[in-house]
Design a protein around this ligand. Sequence first.
Ligand SMILES: *[C@@H]1O[C@H](CO)[C@@H](O)[C@H](O)[C@H]1NC(C)=O
Ligand SMILES: *[C@@H]1O[C@H](CO)[C@@H](O)[C@H](O)[C@H]1NC(C)=O
Ligand SMILES: *[C@@H]1O[C@H](CO)[C@@H](O)[C@H](O)[C@H]1NC(C)=O
Length: 248
Amino acid sequence: MASLFSFSLFSLFLFLSLSSSSTTTTLRTNQHRPTKQKQKPRPNVPPSSASTTPPEILQACKATRFPDTCVSSLSNPNVPQNPTPLQIILSAISVSNTNLKTAQSMVKSILDSSKGNINRTTAAKNCVEALTNSQYRITRSTDDALPRGRVKDARAWMGAALLYQYDCSNALKYANDTSLTTQTMSFLDKLMTFSSNALSMIVSYDAFGNETKSWGPPKTERDGVWEFGSAPGSGGDFGSGVQRRAPV
Ligand SMILES: *[C@@H]1O[C@H](CO)[C@@H](O)[C@H](O)[C@H]1NC(C)=O
Ligand SMILES: *[C@@H]1O[C@H](CO)[C@@H](O)[C@H](O)[C@H]1NC(C)=O
Ligand SMILES: *[C@@H]1O[C@H](CO)[C@@H](O)[C@H](O)[C@H]1NC(C)=O
């Protein structure tokens, strides 16, 4: 269990390292053929408008691994004028949450269309469960930790939410034999980008508070995903008291 979890952490680190370069490519590719991909559910991000992007958001997005995605996902009317750092973080989490709901319905479709296929049914069921767990952690961070100023807890919950999304994607790897599964995996990649961005901002908020001028990208994997727990390979024990799989 512990070693499996360490392996997950390590894989996620690899994933995040690799996807920082591939995300840019994907987004750029999509721009040039927007109509060919009509069938694919697109990440649920309101149309961006650079002219309305508040400087506060440009600054806060410097804390993330995927600043372009961060800026475009937050350039929408739901983000208040002159947003505070906390409002920006809550908006980033809300983008992640909205896309999580889309991912949940995609996985449900995989499950519904996999009757008779034991491997894919199992993978989809595991994925459904992981995303339910992810949803719960996101809710804890927005409804419970952040309003009470418990930033370290929010960071732990959001880190766990991201890992559950990774678990879902990982489960589908063993049933990647339909185009719906492939599309869902690629959607999950986007979802994890949004979640990673929200998490990185929480990490900076924890370290520097409202001083967004000091916010910067996670410098190592420890600053990003793992700060809430231990380093890969050291047993997967959690420092902050929030257990990833704790029944709550
Ligand atoms: C299901 O998974 C098992 C074990 O991984 C594998 O041996 C088998 O070929 C898979 N079946 C199908 C139909 O893919
Ligand atoms: C899933 O399957 C598609 C089509 O065969 C392939 O292009 C893609 O690389 C696969 N993804 C993974 C993570 O195995
Ligand atoms: C940021 O500023 C708000 C409003 O002044 C304050 O309530 C909050 O505690 C500050 N956050 C941190 C982490 O210092």
